[in-house]
Ligand binder design. Sequence first.
Ligand SMILES: [Fe+2]
Length: 208
Amino acid sequence: MEGLRELLIEELKDLYSAEKQIVKALPKIIRGANSDELKMAITEHLEVTNGQIARLDQVFGQLEEKPKAKQCKGMEGLLEEGSEVLSEEEKSALRDLQLIGAAQRVEHYEVAAYGTARAMAEQLGLTDAVELLAETLAEEEEADKKLTEVAEALYNEVNTADSGEESDEEDEDGAEGEEENVESKASSRKAGAQKKTAPKKKMAGSRR
Ligand SMILES: [Fe+2]
């Protein structure tokens, strides 16, 4: 059983890092969100995420391990993609939809990771840890659902705007023509941003 216990600790370190990256990233997303509903949903999830970190502390405690983070590269990549959305696009309902796509990717990553950790804790007979991990898992699923709801309202908004204005298509073409430009600007910005702190976001991406 010692081997599985070590695996669980590795999973927890990865999650600890992931959650901490998310906490850093969320304020930027909140500022970047256009819709109040999205701002609210993410603000709420920021609070929830702090509680999830506290739960991970408890789980480490139950394993008599010091809480420790090991850089979660998966989350780092997901958050980086989300921050590209912020740097490359202007605030709009469409950009909100992109942010939601990124945020839901984050949620799904977490759902997978907590599901794994919970299963391992179950195998190890760590009843209290199972309960704590299951609570967080339920919150992540809830956050994903909430994001889907916000997206649905935004789709209505975008569709209404599209049917009212033909110029929207031109906007899209224009944006596409500039893609290369935007990309090089974004990479120089990114290079600058990376020096300061890891990109932050929290996003998720699922298609439902
Ligand atoms: Fe989380």
